[in-house]
Design a binder for this molecule. Structure first.
Ligand code: ARG
Length: 458
């Protein structure tokens, strides 16, 4: 047992209590950030003449050695320390002796851990953003290739109106683009440095908190020390943003799973991204998509867990808050894994253009366009709607598509139907005539794609 606070105690901590309390098994994840925070802290202490220049140099040298040794494996982070802060401090004292004991001047583990977690989250936000960007890049490639790949658009999972794969994938482009915005908003809002808040009420040392903040590339120092050590809002916001990313990935996964069924066959998953069955030789399962869908619950769970942990905590720091780490780490790692795997899967998926197009022809997806044809000739939409409905009924009787009806059948319903009806309700026309911004028509789709291209180049 190696802990920082033995002084006022007369008895050893019970081993079970020690284990229950310890956080080193998980907070070792931010050893790098802990050391970076300490280096900034002593740099500030020396500037304020709280430490001498020589002491500062010694401590920074020792800290950098610890960092190096942890990274190259020479120094192992072991469970004998209570937390990562104790590990670093104890090893610093081992290395440089008495001066090492000055590291914690004007600091508490409460503001230290608040800082470490913020530094860690900042780094992870950048990695998450990069992964989202790579996914967007993959989506854009698909969009460019499939501007004229027709497919049915669905409402209620029923064929509704024809659209294109490019347009469908573009919907996900918008979602993941918003996810990036959410992450960058969180980054901006959380980017204030808590160090110097002490245990809860600041310290009596003449710290220069703004200087520490600038060394660590924060926009400034936080403005209330009690809030600083007990604020976990940014984690709740992050977990909410991560849940939304998972919700988007899960919806897309669900579509891939549906499109991969024997009934749809819209996609062919790459062998490298699907798995077989131990009993049924014919099986090729979309396990990656299913796992992404499944792991969504786990990330939602982290959000619920964090909200629940925080709801009853009086000011300021309470040990409950240590619970923020494992679940946040797990949620971040889960989302990073899912983003990388999903991107790999979607990049290697083959979209079966012919089958999608064949499917778009069925289900009377051009029934609205039959009505629109009459509207263009002066018929009121409500009347045109019911005429088109009766034609659909006729098709169901004849077991054919609207395109397969005779001109006579059309004319029986309304004399304004002419030969050009066939062209008016062809898939190409139905899609490409939809030219308002946001619609699947070729020209607007090209415009949107070129905007997306510029956005990804920024
Ligand atoms: N491991 C603790 C945490 O994650 C560090 C802060 C400890 N502070 C304290 N007063 N016990 O929250």
């Amino acid at each position: 047992m190696a802990q920082l606070w033995g002084g006022r105690f007369t008895k050893e901590t019970d081993q079970l209590v020690y284990n229950f309390n310890a956080s080193i098994s998980f907070d070792q994840k931010f050893y790098k950030q802990d050391i970076a925070g300490s280096i900034a802290h002593v740099t500030m202490l020396a500037k304020q003449n709280i430490l001498s220049e020589a002491e500062k140099e010694d401590i920074i040298k020792g800290l950098n050695e610890i960092l190096e040794e942890v990274e190259n494996g020479a120094l192992e982070i072991t469970q004998e320390y209570e937390d990562i802060h104790s590990f670093v401090e104890a090893n610093l004292i081992k290395k440089i002796g008495e001066t090492g004991k000055k590291l914690h001047t004007g600091r508490s583990r409460n503001d230290q851990v608040a800082l470490d977690m913020k530094l860690y989250v900042r780094d992870e936000i950048q990695e998450l953003d990069q992964l989202l960007k790579e996914l967007l890049q993959a989506l854009l490639t698909i969009m460019k290739e499939h501007i004229q790949t027709f497919m049915p658009g669905f409402t209620h999972l029923q064929k509704a109106q024809p659209t294109t794969l490019s347009h469908h994938v573009g919907a996900y482009f918008e979602m993941f683009k918003r996810d990036r915005l959410r992450l960058s908003d969180i980054y901006k809002r959380m980017n204030l440095c808590p160090l110097g808040s002490g245990a809860l009420a600041g310290t009596t040392y003449p710290l220069d908190r703004e200087y520490t903040a600038s060394l660590l590339e924060f926009d400034g120092a936080t403005r209330n020390s009690m809030d600083s050590v007990s604020d976990r809002d940014y984690l709740i916001e992050l977990l909410s943003a991560l849940s939304t990313i998972m919700m988007h990935l899960s919806r897309f996964s669900e579509e891939i799973i549906i499109w991969n069924t024997n009934e749809y066959r819209f996609v062919e998953l790459d062998d490298a991204y699907s798995t077989g069955s131990s009993i049924m030789p014919q099986k090729k399962n979309p396990d990656i998509a299913e796992l992404v869908r499944g792991k969504t619950g786990r990330v939602y769970g982290a959000l619920m867990s964090m909200l629940t942990t925080m709801k009853g905590i009086p000011l300021a720091y309470n040990k409950d808050m240590q619970e923020d780490k494992e679940l946040t780490f797990d949620a971040i790692d889960t989302v990073k894994g899912c983003l990388a795997l999903f991107t790999g899967m979607i990049k290697t998926t083959t979209f079966r253009k012919e089958i999608m197009e064949e499917s778009a022809k069925g289900g009377f997806t051009n029934a609205t366009d039959v009505a629109d044809y009459l509207v263009n000739k002066g018929v009121a939409f409500r009347d045109a709607h019911s005429i088109s409905g009766r034609l659909v009924l006729l098709c169901i009787e004849k077991n054919c598509a609207l395109d397969d009806l005779q001109l006579e059948d059309f004319k029986n319903e309304h004399e304004l139907f002419e030969k050009d009806i066939y062209d008016a309700i062809s898939l190409t026309t139905c899609v490409n005539k939809r030219e308002t911004i946001g619609a699947p028509g070729k020209s607007v789709m090209e415009q949107v794609i070129s905007e997306y291209k510029k956005y990804l180049e920024e």
